[in-house]
Ligand binder design. Structure first.
Ligand SMILES: C[S@@+](CC[C@H](N)C(=O)[O-])C[C@H]1O[C@@H](n2cnc3c(N)ncnc32)[C@H](O)[C@@H]1O
Length: 338
């Protein structure tokens, strides 16, 4: 097999691809594998027997461990179904140390009719060496404002803010100040929904760039190599390129790889990340939102205004043609009244 080069995305099975790589050659791995929940991908079958799925996860996690440097980090995005098993597998079989179990809480999940709708993904942050790893705690783009700064006007507040910190909440926009801080270990970023400008459109699992931004900024340095074994829409690679890291990806779908290459070709290192860094600031609080009754009454207002405008126009026409109004009395009104 040809040598695997950085700054390339390969249409290849990631286990085979990683076996062809040199040991200890990448600094950061972000893996968002299929969750084995029957999701529709173009090539991959996401409904396997649990034992097969776990065996396969063991294989690729072993390869991640082999290609990762001793001071490297491994982030695993996974659903509820297999989070606990994969955490144990990574620790017990591949020797990883878990530094954080982060919850990515998102809005715009797929609505379920007979279950609670899925609104979070587990992000397991592992390192190979529990004492030696990159953690850019002082990067101002990783830090978030503290409650001491935002709410309490506390002179003891670190002006540089604090590092990012679990919660039942209906809408994060309504959380009390500091109650759902970006700095908690429940992270809020909206999913990349169909109407978002950021949406690439060819892959249903596209992760938000801001989420990958936090991971890549915290756990790698410029020019280091970021590997994504399950490229998908290419978010990890796109963000790595924007943040001036080297990038390397696999996906078994030729079609996804073709689209990823198009996405990556449009990026120049240093480009800003898509999406807003502070999603709470960009969405209205419920008390500032519009209720359905207001929307309906606003619609009626608009319809009434349009009706009287069209009636005035019709009257002008009547006058212009000098026809008596009664000659039109059998015509339907332009808008039904009501
Ligand atoms: C959940 S998606 C990744 C989404 C990605 N994080 C993003 O932001 O777009 C998982 C991807 O893994 C790919 N895949 C599944 N099995 C694979 C394998 N053995 N090797 C490489 N890619 C694989 C699928 O084609 C799919 O695109």
């Amino acid at each position: 097999m040809a040598k695997i080069e950085p700054n390339t995305v390969y249409a290849r099975d990631c286990v085979k691809g990683m076996k062809a790589m040199e040991a200890e050659s990448v600094h950061l791995v972000f893996a968002d594998p299929p969750f084995n929940i029957g999701y529709k991908y173009d090539v991959y079958d996401d409904e396997r027997a649990a034992g097969d799925y776990l065996k396969w996860c063991g294989d690729w996690i072993q390869q991640v461990s082999r290609v990762l440097r001793d001071d490297g980090a491994f982030w695993l995005a996974i659903g509820d179904e297999f989070a606990a098993e994969l955490k144990l597998l990574a620790q017990k079989e591949a020797g990883f140390h878990c530094r954080s179990w982060v919850i990515w809480y998102y809005t715009f999940g797929v609505n379920c009719k007979r279950s609670f709708s899925r609104s979070h993904t587990h992000l397991l942050y592992f390192v190979k060496n529990a004492r030696r790893f990159t953690f850019n705690a002082d990067d101002p783009e990783v830090r978030v404002p503290s409650a001491r700064q935002l709410v309490y006007g506390d002179g003891r507040a670190n002006p540089l803010g604090r590092l990012p910190d679990n919660t039942w909440i209906l809408r994060p926009q309504d959380a009390p100040e500091g109650g759902f801080a970006a700095g908690h270990d429940t992270w809020y970023f909206p999913r990349v929904a169909g109407t978002f400008k950021e949406r690439e459109g060819f892959h249903g699992c596209q992760m938000p760039e801001q989420l990958l931004g936090r991971i890549i900024r915290t756990c790698s340095r410029p020019d280091e190599i970021v590997l994504d074994p399950f490229g998908g829409s290419g978010t990890t690679l796109a963000v790595a390129k924007k943040l001036q890291r080297q990038w390397l990806g696999f996906d078994m779908s030729k079609e996804y790889v073709r689209h990823m290459n198009t996405r990556l070709a449009k990026i120049t290192p240093g480009d800003p990340l898509d999406g807003v860094a502070d999603p709470l600031a960009s969405a209205p609080k419920t008390k500032e939102g519009r209720r359905l009754d207001q929307v309906v009454s606003g619609k009626n207002e608009r319809e009434r205004a349009a009706r009287s405008k069209s009636e005035r126009a019709a009257a002008r026409l009547d006058r212009a043609s000098q026809k008596p109004k009664s000659s039109r009395k059998d015509q339907r009104p332009l808008f039904p009244l009501g």
